[in-house]
Design a protein around this ligand. Structure first.
Ligand SMILES: Cc1cc2nc3c(=O)[nH]c(=O)nc-3n(C[C@H](O)[C@H](O)[C@H](O)COP(=O)(O)OP(=O)(O)OC[C@H]3O[C@@H](n4cnc5c(N)ncnc54)[C@H](O)[C@@H]3O)c2cc1C
Length: 489
């Protein structure tokens, strides 16, 4: 069997590329190594709770907003999206709680009531973010001054922007405070910070019933359009003939031919699939292999005692004595709490606590199989869980008593389940000092091998969805995709 396109990986990026190209009439085959589709969109059951792994909430799904347009295209707006409260996030720093409120004007008015002397600066801040959001689709246009790949915001520092816009250091921390959904570091490009923060200020949404439904819906659409989506199909080698990939090896024993390959897998892994003697020059390989990755995440998925905690239709970001822009290895001074919406009533049955964790904190156990990593690994996870609960208890005092059971995952789990390098949560670390070296285009030196997904330029549901179009544009052209998205409207 020969396909027009073979896609390695069924993460959001792989499935969206499969959808776009199937819609264009191409014959697509998506190959996923795991026995579940979705990569970071996977959900799992424990103790009557359905927990999400990566994805927890999205921004910009209201009519006319950025993700809404993309999700309409992908036929994902018919899923059970639930709008979060107007006060969608609480940033809790050293005992004080600051609400994040939807809508740019409401957002700045609310925070101005806590920081009246920063009212003007908050206007500058929200105007700047709003402008980036407004230009989201202009960035798709190859000749626009806002074109994504020539955006100067990748070469500017988010940290520096906050310092120069906001003069109150506490407000600076508050504005950066919902940013566990990225890695805050002094290298962070302004584009990543503003695009992600802006989309959540537009409006914030949870998906009732688990993130896996996004993957399921995209996969079903691909199949309906004549494509194929296979699980337990690890790509083990890319076979090159005369400078092009002509065939893909699956599970070391099966081969399929194709005209194009799109890899949704981590770029380091993608290159490991190409034999050393290929046309790929060593300098390119070395460049990719040397790229750093963001931190990973430790998650405590918690089942709560019945009736012990009220459901909150918002997230809570908790910090105690933290330097927000610098994660110190081993220190549990920051966490995101995500509440799962109950089927009935107002009592919360389960929640997640997420906190950063580096690969070096788990590397000692990386060669041991799942479930056999030993008592010291279990002890480390138990200690971390207690620290997370203690941190969050500053803001939810009833939590310590309410925990019935905690299930945990570490960067080792992400490495196992999504094959991401070093269990990294958000993939390759982008650096405003060297955007040309840390932001990858979809094209590779092999003309019919493209890449997609969070590692290229912008992580998260919005970023990966945008990137899917940039990747597919290399095959079908951006003009036709711009028409399909009605971007000129
Ligand atoms: C803890 C956490 C919380 C997050 N929360 C949010 C959130 O609330 N909102 C938001 O917008 N974003 C969030 N994100 C980010 C978002 O989930 C990711 O950016 C996005 O889902 C990544 O998609 P992807 O397609 O790039 O890659 P992935 O999801 O990593 O998918 C890659 C896929 O490729 C497969 N693969 C790898 N190698 C092979 C091979 N050889 N053969 C076949 N298949 C292969 C993997 O198994 C995997 O399925 C979160 C991420 C994490 C980790």
């Amino acid at each position: 069997m020969k396909y027009d396109i073979v896609i390695i990986g069924s993460g959001l990026g792989g499935l969206e590329c499969g959808y776009i190209l199937s819609k264009k009439g191409l014959k697509v085959c998506v190959l996923e190594r795991a026995n579940l589709l979705g990569g970071c969109l996977q959900s799992f059951h424990r103790g009557n709770c359905l927990f999400d792994t990566g994805f927890h909430y999205v921004g910009g799904l209201d009519e006319g907003q950025s993700l809404n347009r993309l999700f309409k295209y992908f036929n994902l707006m018919n899923l059970d999206w639930v709008k979060m409260d107007n006060n969608f996030d609480d940033v809790c720093i050293d005992g004080k709680i600051y609400p994040f409120v939807s809508g740019h004007e409401n957002f700045r008015e609310t925070l101005s009531s806590y920081f009246p002397h920063q009212k003007e600066n908050l206007k500058k801040y929200t105007d700047f973010l709003q402008n980036v959001g407004i230009n989201t689709f202009d960035s798709f246009k190859p000749h626009s001054k806002n074109n994504f790949y020539s955006s100067s915001l990748f070469a500017q520092s988010a940290h520096e922007f906050l310092n120069s816009t906001i003069t109150d250091p506490i407000l600076r921390d508050v504005l950066a405070g919902t940013s566990l959904k990225m890695e805050l570091s002094e290298q962070l490009p302004l584009y990543v910070f503003t695009q992600i923060n802006d989309s959540f200020i537009q409006s914030a949404w949870r998906l009732q019933g688990g993130g896996f439904q996004i993957a399921e819906s995209l996969a079903n659409s691909i199949i309906e359009m004549g494509g194929e989506v296979r699980k337990n199909a690890a790509v083990t080698r890319l076979i090159e003939t005369n400078g092009r990939i002509t065939s893909v090896e699956i599970n070391n024993n099966e081969y399929i031919d194709c005209d194009w390959v799109i890899s949704n897998a981590h770029p380091i892994h993608t290159l490991s699939l190409i034999p050393e003697e290929s046309i790929l020059r060593k300098v390119y390989r070395n460049r990719i292999n040397r790229m750093e990755n963001t931190f990973g995440v430790f998650t405590a998925n918690i089942k709560l005692k019945s009736g012990s905690i009220k459901y909150k239709n918002k997230n809570l970001y908790a910090y105690q004595n933290a330097d927000l822009w610098k994660y110190t290895e081993g220190k549990t001074d920051r966490a995101l709490v995500n509440f799962y919406r109950p089927q009935n009533g107002d009592s919360c049955d389960c929640l997640d606590i997420l906190t950063p964790m580096n690969w070096s904190e788990v590397e000692a156990w990386s060669d041991k199989p799942i479930g056999k990593r030993g008592e010291d690994y279990v002890a480390m996870k138990n200690r971390k869980t207690s620290e997370c609960i203690k941190l969050v208890s500053h803001y939810i005092p009833e939590l310590e008593e309410a925990v019935e059971r905690a299930y945990t995952s570490t960067p080792l789990s992400y490495k196992n389940y999504t094959n991401t390098a070093n269990g990294s949560a958000y993939g390759i670390r982008k650096d405003f000092n060297s955007p040309m070296l840390t932001i990858l285009p979809p094209k590779t030196p092999i003309p019919n091998l493209l890449m997609t997904g969070q590692n290229l330029n912008l992580h998260g549901i919005l970023g990966v969805s945008m990137t899917s179009f940039f990747t597919c544009a290399e095959i079908v052209g951006m003009d036709t995709l711009i028409k399909d998205l009605n971007i000129n409207e």
